[in-house]
Write a protein that binds this ligand. Structure first.
Ligand code: G6P
Length: 442
């Protein structure tokens, strides 16, 4: 019998874990995962135990030979791992609530991965990921890191630039969902269409070509945005029917997060309304999570419940399994991931992480060449990439001025006094997770 594969999932107590387990079970013949280590921290222990017990039931019901280990000891788990997946949330959902509430209370977009909230999620997460990479260098130097911790693009870039670790793939479910949902809108089988994505995480555009080489992009834009009920491809964003003349003029399909940039006033008004009536998305997610964990406690539940689809990140974990499968077996699957730019998009630095369509080989992602964008995409993309670079640098150095530059550059943050006030409030609120900013002598 072959040795089998050892997977370590950091943030293993997440409500998304059943999808990951399902993904491994489904691929077991090609990808014999014999050890799955679910790692969490003390504060996540209860969730880890609940979801871990459920993972064990799933594996047992499927009759596959895979040991599921639960641990709070990351280093014990990492030893000799083949693949490490990261799905952690520093500060848990309570930190996300602050990321969303504080900007909103100053009249700014309050969102998990965009605007001020997204910047602070990066500040909290980058130091933790870099620590994980240091452990990997020592304990599993041949392993691949598959990161789906948000903000996935910035986290991936931090690993490449500051972790000096090349074996990293950043993953997001937006392109995965787009392939499924948009093929359906065109009445086609997604396997017969070629989607080419280019940009950065949560800010990319794509084209679609069918098997006869016909470009179907404009047709899809019309189906998606040329009518009153624009189609949303993720559960956490309401599509806003972007201004038709603008979206038509792109000749590339924008991603759902473009709503925040192309229609900021409308998105903000909606968020403020929701905030007033129901609280923020993070608070809603807390309720969904509670419901999911109540289900996971059921000793008879041994499959992924359909309620998981209410989370915006549906299909993430399955895509992670496919990347691992493709690397392990050199399957050369076409997937869109965050990886080093290396000239794929000529408008961005070579060292940056970009989210682009790739062939996933045994040696990792090989991007399809893209070239350069038209000015309608290029300007925003370059601003956002510079903003990301500054954010990552601030996360590593704890430099206040660098962070303020990132805030000033972000199109969703009003510059000047408001930026500084929101930033100061967030710094104070997340103090315990920002050691670089609050170390002694600073
Ligand atoms: C989308 C994004 C993910 C994000 C999720 C949030 O799917 O691509 O990066 O994690 O939404 O979903 P939630 O249910 O947590 O609001």
């Amino acid at each position: 019998m072959s040795k089998g594969i050892k997977i370590v999932t950091i943030g293993g107590g997440s409500s998304y874990t059943p999808e990951l387990v399902e993904g491994f079970i489904k691929r077991y013949d090609e990808l014999p995962v014999r050890e799955l280590w679910l790692v969490d921290i003390e504060a996540g222990k209860e969730k880890l135990e609940i979801v871990g017990a459920m993972a064990k039931r799933m594996v047992k019901a499927a009759g596959v030979d895979c040991e599921v280990h639960l641990t709070l000891d990351r280093r014990e788990a990492l030893k000799d791992a083949d693949f490490v997946t990261t799905q952690l949330r520093v500060g848990l959902l309570d930190a996300r609530i602050l990321d969303e509430r504080i900007p909103l209370s100053h009249g700014l977009i309050g969102q998990e991965t965009n605007g001020a909230g997204g910047i602070f999620k990066a500040l909290r997460t980058v130091p933790v990921i870099l620590d994980i990479v240091e452990d990997m260098k020592e304990l599993c130097p041949n392993a691949w890191l598959i990161n789906f911790t948000n903000p996935a693009g910035m986290v991936t870039e931090a690993v490449l630039r500051y972790g000096n670790w090349d074996k990293v793939v950043g993953l997001c479910n937006i392109p995965v969902n787009a392939v499924f949902e948009e093929a359906e809108l065109l009445g086609e089988n997604n396997r017969e269409l070629f989607f080419q994505f280019a940009g950065i995480n949560h800010l990319h555009w794509h084209t679609i070509t069918d098997k006869n080489g016909k470009d179907r992009t404009d047709e899809l834009i019309k189906v998606m945005y040329g009518q009153d009920d624009a189609k949303s491809i993720v559960a956490n964003i309401k599509d806003n029917n972007l201004i038709w003349e603008q979206v038509e003029n792109l000749h590339m399909v924008p991603c759902p997060y473009h709503n925040y940039y192309y229609y900021t006033d409308k998105m903000l008004a909606e968020e403020l309304e929701d905030f007033k009536n129901n609280g923020t998305r993070a608070e809603k997610v807390k309720e969904i999570e509670h419901e999911l964990f109540e289900l996971y406690k059921d000793p008879n539940l041994d499959y992924k419940p359909k309620q998981l689809a209410e989370r915006g990140g549906a299909r993430y974990s399955d895509a992670a399994c496919e990347i691992i499968n493709s690397i392990h077996n050199d399957k050369r699957t076409t997937m869109t991931v965050s990886t080093r730019n290396n000239g794929t998009i000529t408008d961005l630095p070579a060292e940056s992480a970009v989210e682009v369509t790739c062939t996933i080989t045994g040696k990792g992602p090989v991007p399809y060449n893209f070239g350069s964008f038209k000015p309608q995409e290029r300007g925003l993309l370059q601003v956002m990439k510079s903003m990301e670079e500054l954010t990552i640098e601030a996360a590593v150095t704890g430099d206040y001025g660098t962070l303020l530059q990132a805030f000033t550059m972000n199109p969703l943050i009003t510059s000047g006094d408001v930026a500084k006030e929101v930033m100061d409030e967030l710094l104070e609120a997340h103090k315990q997770y920002l050691p670089a900013f609050f170390k002694e002598g600073k």
